[in-house]
Design a protein around this ligand. Structure first.
Ligand code: ADP
Ligand code: MG
Length: 333
């Protein structure tokens, strides 16, 4: 197990800088999720930790040791990718054992490690099968197993659940969390899925166009986003943004961010809007409204609350303590 440090880490491809200086200290055994939309630099960041991309500026340290010039195989890391890249002609056992064979680990030791991993992952009955004879979830577990048998100091995951259907994703998410807790191995996990980030992370790093907009525990980030980008990206449905000028609520150019659960229908309310549609989801209802200037907002209300008719007009209100103010550049005021 090991700490990981990113120190003013930068990456350029040719003349284009895509990572603009990321700083983070990761504790031993911590589960870190790197989250953000497609193209924001998550994989590039992870690949620099893995040693699969060179570092343009700054430093990566693993276990206190600078590793910018250390080969991937000497970094004591194991990586799990989106496409599990299993060898189709090899059995589950051989797939899991392969890296150890290459590293010339003695055969009895290999067998013991694969058996332990197979037990952890409930893959014991499948060790003789070929990958094509497994379900998607089982293949995912073999990819995990291949990482576990290496006994690395750090796990690196790049969207490992993206190829699974929604239900299996939830199940595998729980398994990965439990496994990481049990093994206590420092982990960096990349995803574009903010729910995955919220549920897996000890701390998450929210990336926005090559920058770390915010680093913190999931509920901390949710409750106290430092930028409009983070407020909009973390949480579903996303935070509503209203023009603060119109409401006399803040300095010129500022935006007011209010989460859907913090908006309510009220008469006459502070602003008026038309109910565009109502999604009754059982436990809750999402009301989508449109204001006169075209701004769309979402209100989340409990199932018991009456649902207004589509097309009708309504007022909106909120508690000022729950409204977030952002400047023209999107920084929290
Ligand atoms: P993410 O994983 O968040 O979707 P990436 O880290 O893959 O994003 O990419 C970040 C940015 O770097 C993107 O604009 C992408 O086009 C660019 N990029 C990634 N890899 C390369 C490469 N090998 N050459 C040039 N540009 C790249
Ligand atoms: Mg990626």
């Amino acid at each position: 197990m090991a700490t990981v440090a990113l120190k003013d880490l930068k990456k350029s491809f040719g003349k284009t800088e895509v990572i603009h200086g990321v700083d983070m200290e990761i504790a031993d055994g911590e589960f870190i999720v790197i989250v953000g939309p497609s193209g924001c630099g998550k994989s590039t960041l992870l690949r620099m930790v893995a040693g699969l991309e060179t570092v343009t500026g700054g430093e990566v340290e693993i276990g206190g040791r600078p590793v910018n010039h250390v080969e991937p195989m000497d970094r004591d890391i194991a990586m799990v990718f989106q496409n599990y890249a299993l060898y189709p002609h090899m059995s589950v056992f051989d797939n899991m054992a392969y890296g150890l064979k290459i590293a010339k680990v003695p055969k009895p030791e290999i067998a013991a490690r694969v058996e332990t991993a197979a037990r952890l992952l409930q893959l014991e009955p499948f060790l003789k099968r070929k990958p094509r004879e497994l379900s998607g979830g089982q293949r995912q577990r073999v990819a995990m197993g291949r990482a576990i048998v290496r006994k690395p100091a750090v796990f690196l995951f790049d969207e490992p659940l993206s190829n699974l259907d929604a239900k299996l994703r939830v199940q595998m998410r729980l398994e990965i969390k439990a496994l990481q807790r049990e093994l206590g191995v420092t982990s960096l996990y990349v995803t574009h899925d903010q729910i995955e980030a919220m549920t897996l992370a000890d701390r998450m790093i929210v990336m926005n166009a090559g920058r770390a907009d915010q680093i913190g525990a999931p509920l901390e980030v949710y409750a106290d986003p430092q930028t409009a980008f983070v407020a909009g990206f973390i949480g579903s449905p996303p935070t509503n943004f209203l023009d603060a000028d119109m409401l006399d609520a803040g300095p010129a150019g500022a935006q007011l961010g209010i989460r859907p659960e913090h908006l309510r229908l009220a008469e006459p309310g502070r602003v008026r809007a038309q109910i565009a549609n109502a999604e009754a989801l059982g436990a809750e209802t999402l009301l989508h409204l449109r204001m006169a200037d075209g701004t769309q907002v979402t209100v989340r209300q409990d199932a018991g609350t009456p649902i207004p008719e589509e097309g009708s007009r309504a007022g909106l209100d909120w508690d000022d303590a729950q409204a977030m103010l952002f400047d023209a550049e999107g920084r929290r005021l």
